[in-house]
Design a protein around this ligand. Sequence first.
Ligand code: GLV
Length: 308
Amino acid sequence: MTFLYKANATRGLEWAHHFAARAPELPFRLWPDVGDPAEVRYLAVWSPPENIAATFPNLELIFSVGAGVDQFDFSQIPPHVPLIRMLEPGIAEGMVEYVTMAVLALHRDLLHFIAQQREQTWREIRVTPAAKRRVGVMGLGLLGQAVLERLKLFGFPLAGWNRSPRTIEGVSCYAGRETLPDFLAQTDILVCLLPLTDETRGILNMSLFEALPRGAQLVNVGRGGHLVEADLIAALERGLLSSAVLDVAKPEPLPAGHPFWSHPRILLTPHIASMTTPEAAVEFVLDTIARHRRGEALPGRVDHDRGY
Ligand code: GLV
């Protein structure tokens, strides 16, 4: 019985260290050192290997090392093998930090001041009170909820949009496609924390930007595939949007010369918003394995039909 890891190799060495300390009885292998594939019961991956079912006939659990699972082809995963998203608390905390940073940067016009500093221009911009800056979060899962809880502290009027209904104290919650225009119409800073599925691919497009108040701002911490890139550039040019903070792109890394690199109204980071630490990931994974052995429900289990 082995645990196989296939993701960032440097982090994999840290996983190995924590496995050796926490679960010495469970042999841990780092891709491509697979050993006997029939021995592999647990697989933790970022980009999944080909032919999972045929290669690893005795697989019991698959873990994504990230919160997202859009890199998986669900048809390749045997229905009896649970796929688990990384839902340890540290990943939410990292996302809370990043989104708070991005929302505050947009709220306080940081991109303007960066440009002004480059031009050696000393000019004030009138501060909009937080109470007049409406922040809307798309995607009200674990991460979206954690982000909204923290944003409450600043006094922004808050709204959330989700596929299925949610109730969050102090947040106007909208559910379903038909409510999207109402949600957008009162959102000055839009945060995308949706999972990437066939339903959400390309959702950040011109018609969505047109539904926002003029000059709204965007934070995309979902996936590059949520955004229609040319529409963002055009919306910035038309003044529909005034700025954007993007942590994800398509493809990653973003190719040299791509307009996002040098756009003065875009702040770009290389998909670093939130990452689990090897220690917390190993704890989550071992806890899930223990629950699985006891036949309990598994937090973070992905519904293949929903796609997240
Ligand atoms: C990162 O994007 C993740 O899915 O955790």
